[in-house]
Design a protein around this ligand. Structure first.
Ligand code: SF4
Ligand code: SF4
Length: 397
């Protein structure tokens, strides 16, 4: 039976967060069960983009502060906050994110370090299902212990993002774009996420979720903050995600990454979890605005080429942008793994604006995730809508 700790936490007042995180970890045997004196601990936060905490796209600094302080109490020699956002993995780029997301302030206050090692390490995993060789952040490679400090959000590609998906940030900067290009469909991408989890399994000891305020709707970056009021902790990423999915009133097995995790042996089944702490039924947000995971398969390639644009449009969810509003910043263009975006002027001329080639697009939705202005929206084709009516299974009330 996998143990997952679930503790009610209504706000980000530091004292309340400190108490909730401590209780969550104590239920699992205390911080000493995970961190030993002298160890270098990396707190792998979710710092997806440069934004303030009110946007609820990134792990709240009070959660990182609470767990970081506990690591220092346990005798950690260093506590390092790290992530690789969607952009270049450089000091300049990450420095702005650390500041905007509140990480610099808590690091200065508590004696934590902000990762300043922007090297990559070539990981080899002969037993991997799909990723036998890939680059990871060198700071994670050098760490004695990794604590995955995640944010519970909807995700246009994977349905939800939490403990399983957050470790994709172990891949440095723009290499993530290549990985999306290499592992295109959700099932293969999911296997890659578990290859990453497998690679770090000896030191990735704990997953701690900020589910105080989650994100609903167009996550992981451009959705709406939504109060859930909980902290989740556990050492099994799939079990932690099952609890996260339930809080969002989702049927956990409707989330492909959870299913992949069970197939990969991370959990026998979704019922094999003992929830410690508060009653999960009292914390479920019944009207949480969830999204369907993107089960896009390029089956339209079996129809004649001239028919493909129509078939693709009708049968999939596709990214769209109002070209009049597009600011022409090129963020989406730079991060599209398959060069499906061009920057072209509108009929009236002017600066280049994003234009999508839906035949090339693999529906990874990185463009939606990374548009700093929230202008990329996901639109469902009519056939797709009909086929997916009622497919967002809810848990029984
Ligand atoms: S256009 Fe957007 S959704 Fe399509 S492949 Fe490029 S980044 Fe992914
Ligand atoms: S990221 Fe957004 S604003 Fe920038 S070019 Fe793309 S659609 Fe336009």
């Amino acid at each position: 039976m996998e143990k997952v700790s679930l503790i009610k936490c209504d706000d980000y007042i530091q004292e309340n967060v400190d108490n909730a995180v401590r209780q969550a970890i104590n239920n699992l045997g205390g911080i000493e069960a995970f961190v030993k004196a002298g160890q270098v601990v990396v707190l792998k936060a979710n710092l997806v983009m440069k934004c303030n905490v009110e946007k609820a796209a990134t792990t709240h600094p009070s959660i990182v502060e609470a767990i970081g302080k506990m690591c220092l109490e346990a005798g950690a020699s260093k506590v390092i906050i790290a992530d690789s956002a969607g952009g270049p993995f450089t000091e300049g780029y990450m420095g702005g994110i650390y500041k905007a997301c509140g990480m610099k302030e808590i690091a200065d206050k508590n004696g934590f370090l902000l990762n300043d090692n922007f090297n990559s390490f070539e990981a080899h995993l002969p037993t991997a299902k799909v990723g036998k060789k890939f680059l990871v952040l060198d700071c994670l490679q050098q760490a004695d212990v990794i604590i995955n400090v995640t944010k519970l959000k909807t995700h246009s590609f994977t349905g939800i993002t939490n403990a399983i998906k957050n470790m994709f940030g172990a891949i440095p900067g723009l290499t993530k774009v290549e990985m999306h290009g290499q592992f295109r469909t959700l099932d293969v991408f999911g296997d890659f996420l578990f290859d990453i989890q497998d690679y770090f399994k000896d030191k990735l000891v704990l997953h701690l979720t900020d589910a105080v305020i989650g994100m609903e709707g167009a996550g992981p970056s451009n959705g709406t903050p939504r109060k859930i009021g909980a902290i989740i902790a556990g050492s099994n990423c799939v079990a932690v995600d099952v609890v996260g999915a339930k809080l969002m009133n989702l049927e956990p097995l409707s989330m492909p990454n959870i299913e992949t995790g069970i197939n990969r042996g991370y959990l026998d089944n979704e019922a094999n979890i003992e929830v410690l702490g508060d009653n999960i039924n009292e914390l479920v947000v019944k009207d949480y605005k969830t999204v369907m995971p993107n089960n896009y398969k390029p089956f339209a390639t079996v129809v004649p080429q001239w028919l493909q644009p129509v078939v693709h449009k009708l049968t999939t969810q596709r990214p769209t942008v109002n070209r009049k509003k597009c600011k022409g910043c090129k963020k989406c263009f730079e991060h599209c793994p398959v060069q499906a975006i061009t920057m072209t002027p509108t009929k009236k001329g002017g600066i280049g604006k994003a234009k999508f080639d839906y035949n090339k697009c693999i529906r990874c939705y990185c463009c939606q995730e990374l548009c700093p202005f929230g202008l990329v929206k996901i639109k469902s084709g009519i056939v797709y809508k009909i086929l997916h009516v009622g497919s967002r299974k809810k848990i029984k009330k």
